[in-house]
Write a protein that binds this ligand. Structure first.
Ligand code: KG4
Ligand code: ZN
Length: 344
């Protein structure tokens, strides 16, 4: 038993579970290395052009057991080998969070191992430690997802200072809403990213708003895409999009990238940060990754961006955050409840 405890301290085996929105995901991290990661995206929501909470929660119920079993199997780990279970407890959809959290609590109780509640946004921030070479603390982190857009100074010991946030839509939400205007389906980010590769980013100059030094606002940008399209009759619009859909996507995307990176640049200069990170679903964006790389070279900072599969929601980032928390002695009681509005 003593040896087992020593092993656990040196190289804990942690199962991470994520079910805050429409992805059911589980992963195993052992000794700081990712051993498996399984994500099941719920395609049912595509039909509705957005996530339907009740359907998401029902799908999580069906998927959580097989996804966890697959993650353990692919990692070559038995349940009894687990040292802790990390799980997202907020922010997110209440019904979705409840499924993953209830499962994790029961599993931790049954195996008599610690439960570690993870804030989904912390999970995104710590996703950069899944890279071969993670950042040193403190680092500046731009969190850009479907629900959040925040610029955060991350210090060791789970201390975060929020420098700025979006005042309205999140960056990913802007991608999703503009994609909906263009009938491109859900989620919109990956589709716009792909189409924009063939388009001209200077085709139309959409507004770049700057509501504060480090704050963001994307609802005006979304509205200006709407107004741009409303100038056309139905027939003209069809003809225009036939020729210029890629240009429109590229121009919109460029406006989002410019706004995000301008705030990041101001923050790097003002804080003198040497390390910066971009995380969350939108950090999968090709243009953002490329331009952020250019910015980092210009400013001489080390930039950390997760692999695209770790940018979007996944269980690996939750398991990795769990590992940091366990090492810091932070665990959660089995009375932990889902917190849909949890902030950093
Ligand atoms: O982090 P995430 O998977 O879930 C949330 O925590 O919200 O982020 C999902 C968001 C969606 O809005 C999606 O459209 C966006 O990330 N996204 C992208 C790309 N891939 C996902 N946005 C732009 N370009 C992408 N390649
Ligand atoms: Zn997320």
């Amino acid at each position: 038993m003593e040896n087992r405890n020593l092993d656990a301290a040196l190289s804990p085996v942690i199962l991470g579970i994520e079910s805050s929105c429409d992805d059911t995901a589980a992963a195993v991290v052992a000794g700081g290395r990712l051993r498996s990661t399984i994500v099941s995206s719920q395609h049912i929501h595509t039909v509705f052009g957005g996530v339907v909470p009740e359907l998401a929660s029902r799908a999580h119920q069906q998927l959580v057991v097989p996804i966890v079993e697959q993650a353990l199997h692919e990692a070559g780990v038995r349940r009894e080998d687990l040292d802790a279970i990390a799980v997202t407890y907020g922010p997110g959809l209440a019904g979705s969070l409840l499924v993953g959290l209830s499962f994790a609590k029961a599993y931790a109780y049954g195996l008599d191992i610690p439960l570690i509640g993870v804030n989904h946004l912390e999970g995104h921030i710590y996703s950069v430690f899944l890279n071969e070479d993670g950042p040193a603390f403190p680092f500046l982190c731009l969190v850009v997802s479907g629900g959040h857009t925040q610029l955060v100074l991350v210090e060791d010991g789970f201390r975060h200072t929020i420098l700025g946030s979006t005042l309205d839509d999140a960056a990913g939400e802007a991608f999703d809403k503009v994609a909906k205007l263009l009938d491109l389906g859900y989620p919109g980010g990956p589709v716009i990213d792909r189409l924009a590769r063939e388009g001209n980013p200077t085709f139309h100059d959409f507004p770049r708003s700057r509501p504060g030094e480090y704050d963001f606002s994307f609802s005006g940008l979304k509205t200006s895409v709407l107004y741009f399209l409303n100038r056309f009759s139905e027939e003209e619009r069809r003809a225009f999009l036939k020729d210029h859909l890629a240009d429109l996507c590229a121009s919109f995307q460029q406006a989002v990238v410019d706004v995000l990176l301008a705030a990041l640049e101001r923050a790097i200069v003002a804080t003198g940060a040497r390390e910066a990170a971009i995380v969350g679903g939108v950090s999968a964006n090709t243009r953002l990754r490329r331009s952020a790389g250019d910015l980092a070279r210009k400013l001489g900072v080390r930039l950390h961006v997760p692999a695209p599969i770790h940018s979007v929601d996944n269980g690996a980032m939750i398991a990795m955050t769990g590992q940091f928390k366990l090492a810091a002695g932070i665990t959660s009681p089995l009375t932990l409840t889902a917190q849909p509005n949890l902030s950093l």
